[in-house]
Design a protein around this ligand. Structure first.
Ligand SMILES: Cc1cc2nc3c(=O)[nH]c(=O)nc-3n(C[C@H](O)[C@H](O)[C@H](O)COP(=O)(O)OP(=O)(O)OC[C@H]3O[C@@H](n4cnc5c(N)ncnc54)[C@H](O)[C@@H]3O)c2cc1C
Length: 377
């Protein structure tokens, strides 16, 4: 049982699996396409849930360290109408159960918890193939290869490993997020900072929304959602940030300036984040020696669960492998049966949440989702 497990992808899922295996004394190697841990900013706030993300971090033995990363007050939520009218204003009174952390901080915690050399940076997988029953060969962009008796695809939405198990490919869900950042906002962008408040802001109408979160250091991180074909976004002149933000802001003509400032005052070139999803019932027949976790297995429209599910999948897979040290196939079979049931339910929920946030009944459906009681103000 000493042959290292091969994990593709050093996102939250792959790193959590490596850590949980390490806790159980099972060696693993993680191959990651990015050249270094700091190659890409790991933006975004994540709320880590009591029923999936937090138990996973407990399984990784990192719950206490995680708590040190939590940004106080960030569970506050505001919902605004396009004219700036406040529809919901829920302060963070300290009783919330969804502590917020910066994704980069959580990833760093996981990385630092692994033995030196566990992650091989700059290893972009270009191909995978079966070499004999239960054994697979992974090819990397630099021409190198590894062979393994247990391959785990934690390589996200566009997983290469997935091709060993399934022909499914993610489909565009019809909405793209435009990502912007406003730095030092209380001083430099006070109206937008006030609109966002201490935590999250959502200002939706059917098919479009301005959403933002207050990160550490007075940074406002916004996702502007627009339902439009990918071709529409392809015509935006992204290399010219002023033209690009002006084009996006035109879709929000007449909205309150403190909201549109989250587009027009961006301190970064706006980035397009088209949203994709795998089929809701995505599953596969058991193939010896390989499995998937996280987005590679069940990519869904974002509803605040994706990272939590990746953490949970990883903890569950690590637990199953630790429980069956002599029989990895039994471990993978048990893991996948539970994964398929859980993922189908979560994917349905994600699709429904997406409708509640951006569909024809928003903002009422969003307010129902947030309060369980409909419009409260
Ligand atoms: C705009 C947006 C906002 C979101 N907000 C939230 C949120 O608030 N809360 C939440 O819980 N979830 C959120 N999600 C979802 C969440 O980001 C994902 O579900 C989560 O990151 C999945 O983790 P993962 O480890 O499976 O995959 P990833 O985080 O995608 O990690 C995959 C890793 O594999 C690497 N990789 C990919 N291809 C290769 C290759 N060929 N070779 C080697 N390495 C490779 C990548 O570089 C990456 O490091 C959001 C998603 C989006 C798009």
């Amino acid at each position: 049982m000493s042959a290292p497990i091969t994990i593709i992808g050093a996102g939250l899922g792959g790193l959590t699996l490596a850590r949980v295996l390490h806790v159980h004394g099972i060696p693993a190697t993680v191959y990651e396409a990015e050249p270094s841990p700091t190659a890409r900013t790991q933006g975004g706030m994540l709320d880590i849930h009591e029923h999936n993300g937090q138990p996973a971090l407990a399984a990784a033995g990192l719950l206490e360290q995680f708590r040190d990363l939590v940004l106080e007050g960030r569970e506050a939520t505001r919902v605004l109408a396009p004219d700036g009218t406040v529809l919901l204003d829920e302060p963070d009174d300290g009783t919330g159960t969804r502590p917020e952390v910066q994704r980069g901080d959580l990833r760093r915690l996981l990385l630092d918890s692994l033995p030196e050399g566990t992650v091989r940076w700059g290893h972009k997988v270009t191909g995978v193939r079966a070499v004999e029953p239960g054994r697979h060969e992974v090819s990397f962009a630099d021409g190198s290869t590894v062979r393994t008796g247990l391959l785990v695809g934690a390589d996200g939405a566009w997983s290469r490993v997935r091709s060993l198990l399934s022909e499914a490919t993610p489909e565009y869900v019809g909405t793209t997020f435009v990502e912007t950042y406003l730095f030092d906002a209380d001083t430099r962008h006070p109206a937008a900072a006030k609109a966002v408040g201490d935590g999250a802001l959502l200002a939706p109408v059917p098919g479009k929304s301005i959403q933002a979160h207050r990160e550490s250091g007075g940074t406002l991180h916004a996702y502007v959602a627009l339902a439009a074909p990918q071709e529409w976004f392809a015509e935006i002149d992204l290399p010219d940030p002023a033209a690009a933000t002006e084009r996006i802001a035109r879709e929000f003509h007449g909205w309150a300036p403190e909201l549109t400032a989250l587009i027009t005052d961006s301190d970064t070139t706006p980035a397009l984040r088209p949203l994709f999803a795998l089929p809701i019932e995505h599953r596969w027949q058991r193939v010896a020696g390989v499995t998937l976790l996280g987005d590679a297995a069940h990519l869904s429209p974002p509803n605040g669960e994706g990272a939590n599910l990746a953490l949970f999948d990883a903890a569950e897979l690590g637990r199953a492998l630790a429980e069956h040290p002599e029989d990895r196939e039994t471990a993978l079979g048990a893991y996948e049966q539970a994964l398929f049931t859980r993922s189908a339910a979560e994917a349905l929920e994600a699709a429904a949440d997406f409708q509640r946030c951006f569909g024809e009944n928003t903002p009422d459906s969003l307010l129902d989702l947030l309060t369980g009681a409909g419009r409260t103000a």
